[in-house]
Design a protein around this ligand. Structure first.
Ligand SMILES: Cc1ncc(COP(=O)(O)O)c(C=O)c1O
Length: 364
């Protein structure tokens, strides 16, 4: 059997590690709360899973179109926003083309690009873990078919502001697709974040992506959505595997949308926990970038294995990116005490001058 060489070389998607015994699984940026009240019942609906779902997810698209004040054809729904990224990239990029994105960012981007046959152009984040939008604009050339902007950025938690995004878009040719990945948008309280919902209406080459996996707590059902230009979304629909969004997922997403107040209450609990945990690790002496999503980023570098080991001994399973850092999702309340204890041990473990040191009680 002859495999495409770039596919044969692809690592399989690495999922966040499950937790053993009483450890907390904080490795996949999941919502610790169950689905909103009534959502599981609504998902099952009349139980007619002997029938195929509506391939167009018309009810959910209509609800989203009303929410974003766009036409139904300017909404596309997929089995998770990750599948929408795949569809959009397949629609615009192939062999010989390039896709520009920040790095480090969402771990799925490199393989999604490789599958299209295109080449990844990874633009390093700035020293303070943010998108380097000038360098990203400089990286756009004749072969560039798409650029990905991830705000808040997974795993570093930084956002792209309105001013930054607008001046960046001024430098992106209209023929280049810009995917604005806002999987964690609901957790942002900083008003300077770019208003993706308005920007997408002004720039036909921008597609906004959101998901029900994070704030709405529906990661297990796989449903996300895109808002953008109809022709672009039609192209994405053409590359999609038909019928991937189940009727259960559509029902659950519709019911969840109708319960935004409850969703926002839970988000504010998680945002409160985020501040509490951020304060705890900073007070211990760790330098942690301002988090805008539902996770913290520990820039552990070569000490990533050791830092992840300390966290694990304290009952926290984070997501370790070898040689880079550890991402810890904001989950259960018990994590605060565990993180506080782990942070003190991490500070003791690191050599003076390590980039992860430098909170208020800087070591050395
Ligand atoms: C930045 C980012 N985009 C997209 C996704 C995909 O989410 P889903 O496919 O569950 O909608 C994730 C999931 O972790 C993510 O971190």
């Amino acid at each position: 059997m002859r495999l495409r060489p770039e596919i044969a070389g692809l690592p399989a998607y690495r999922q966040g590690r499950p937790a053993a015994s009483d450890a907390l699984k904080l490795s996949s940026n999941e919502n610790p709360f169950p689905p909103l009240p009534g959502v599981v019942e609504a998902a099952v609906g009349d139980g007619a899973i002997n029938r195929y779902p509506d391939a167009t997810a018309a009810r959910l698209r209509a609800a989203l179109a009303a929410r974003f004040d766009v036409d139904v054809d300017e909404v596309h729904v997929g089995a998770g926003s990750v599948s929408l990224i795949a569809q959009l990239l397949l629609a615009v990029a192939g062999a010989g083309d390039e896709v520009v994105y920040p790095w480090r960012s969402f771990e799925a981007y490199p393989s999604l690009v490789t599958v299209t046959g295109a080449t990844s152009v990874q633009v390093p984040l700035t020293a303070d873990h943010r998108h380097d939008l000038d360098a990203m604009a400089d990286a756009i050339g004749d072969r560039t078919r798409a650029v990905i902007v991830c705000s808040p950025n997974n795993p570093t938690g930084s956002i792209v502001t309105e001013t930054e995004l607008r001046s960046f878009l001024d430098r992106v040719p209209e023929s280049v697709l810009v995917i604005l990945d806002e999987a964690y948008r609901e957790f942002v309280v900083d008003p300077s974040i770019a208003d993706g919902a308005s920007i997408v209406r002004e720039h036909p080459n921008v597609v906004l992506l959101r998901t029900f996996s994070k704030a709405y707590g529906l990661a297990g059902l796989r449903v996300g959505y895109a808002i953008g230009d109809r022709a672009l979304l039609d192209a994405a629909r053409s590359t999609a595997i038909p019928l991937a969004v189940t009727g259960l997922a559509e029902n659950a997403a519709l019911e969840s949308l109708a319960r935004d107040d409850e969703m926002l209450e839970r988000v504010s609990v998680l945002v409160g926990r985020r501040s509490e945990q951020l304060d705890a690790v900073r007070a211990a002496g760790l330098r942690v970038p301002e988090p805008h999503g539902n996770f913290l980023w520990l820039d552990a570098g070569e000490q990533t294995g050791a830092v992840a080991g300390v966290l694990e001994r304290h009952g926290i399973i984070g997501r370790a990116f070898p040689g880079s850092g550890v991402r810890i999702s904001i989950g259960e309340q018990e994590a605060t005490a565990r993180l506080t204890a782990a942070a003190a041990e991490i500070v003791a473990l690191l050599e003076p001058g390590h980039p992860l040191l430098g909170g208020p009680s800087r070591k050395g």
